[in-house]
Design a protein around this ligand. Sequence first.
Ligand SMILES: [Zn+2]
Length: 561
Amino acid sequence: MRLVLFLLTTFSLITQAQNNYPQDYFGNPLEVPLILSGTFAELRSNHFHSGLDIKTQQREGLRVISAADGFISRIKISHYGYGKALYITHPNGYTTVYAHLQKFAPEIETYVKKHQYEAESYEIELFPTADEIKVLKGKHVAYSGNTGGSGGPHLHFEIRNKEEHTLNPMLFGIDVADTTKPTVKSVYAYPLNDSSTVNNSNKKQKLRLIPLASGDYTTENIEAYGTIGIGVETNDRQNLAANSNGVYQIQSFLNGNQNFEINFQSFSFDESRNINQLIDYEHYTETKHRVQKLFNQNNSLSLYSPELNNGNLIIADSTNSIYKIRILDFENNEAWVTVNIKGNKTSSVKTEEKTPYYIYANQSTNLKAGNVAVHFYPNTFYENFYIDFNVKNDTLTLHKDIIPTKNNFNINFNVSHFNDADKNKLFISRLVGRKNNYPIYTETKRVGDTLIANTKYLGSYTLTADTTNPTITAVNFKNEQWISNYRFLKLKIDDSGSGISNYRATINGKWILMEYEYKNKTLTFDFNDHVSTETKNNFKLIVTDNVGNSSTFESVFYRKN
Ligand SMILES: [Zn+2]
């Protein structure tokens, strides 16, 4: 019995090590060659990239086709994030996702618009049943675009499993030529406890990087003592694109023994935010460069190989060690970095900056001063630390945005000292910019005399009043104009204070679908929606900002039928 169990375990380990994903089941979702502007799990702001970004020849409107047979299982349209997105579920249990679409193929577009008009909302989420919209592999389902949080025309493509974990599409045989090694931009060494040092210092050290002709690297030799860790800034380039993408795997070895590994194969969306603890977050917020720590500090990310050590290096006095980093791209091109470490005990001891407020990461904490209260739930942070906290003239200083949060926390401002008219115009803003003087809206709720913001960032917060109404400007028409040949009605909307919360447009009192593109602040109505058959039409648009200021725009236009 024991033998059988042993064999079974061994067998399953072997099969897991190989690639079990169906190969060549999924085809290219575009009819142009696959060139990537983004790879799977690439490091992004607060998240790992969840799929491949496929280039669309710098334009919108390329035909997007189903990667395999299946049915459309979900359609989601949002102003931000994925913009217009389509989900196709396949008989093998996987779901493919196509995002930032310009529009859907005609039958799907009709289906979506019917629901948008019923719900009177551009933003919508639909879950068609398995027999509603079936598709075959290669079926035209949409046009590529730039909707939502997209920085330029491209197709975002994902493959998810039944558990909604997103997987590296390259594991399914989607092949992109890559014959060059990953490149290394910088290497850092971190003393990890009070008595450890690197080059006689208890602060992190940037190591001088020496590129070799082979494409590998060494660094300056270092002296160290105690528990230290290494971090690396690295990326990879594919053959047909000049842009830098993410790498596939990073391993590290101390004196030939592997002690750390991170694999960019799959993850679940709820762990994506842990990227902020994988990278040197302080370095990132200060320089926008992402250094990946090759040591795990209380991070539950499933990308780490759990059977290995946590990557910490324990350097004893009077020793010589060789530390190596191996960085691989998906095509197995590998770049090595070698760091020679000499153990040298020094008496340098870290002096931590103490404040009156200590955070125990696994406990809840309430901080209160003046009219401000801050509430941290247990596990808001990864580590214990002294937090800087003070309140002056309705401005809260809550440390600096140099420590990552695992979960959001609440900031409450009591506003009872404002008169009623002013209270209604206030929101909680986060102060950003070099001088900490540029307020940006933080989603604010009001309960009685308390304003509540839920945020993921430490930093400075204050109360800001928005007393200006949104602006509305017609782009391609004037009042009392004949516009019989127009396909679209376009307007620009903006709000300088708290930002736009919602908008509602009607023609002759009937709701019309206006697509909102926040990047160019444009609302667009398509006359092919055939809302009105009248000659004389009254157009009305109401735009409301996040504190409730609203503007109304009215205009008459004429159309021949
Ligand atoms: Zn993407």
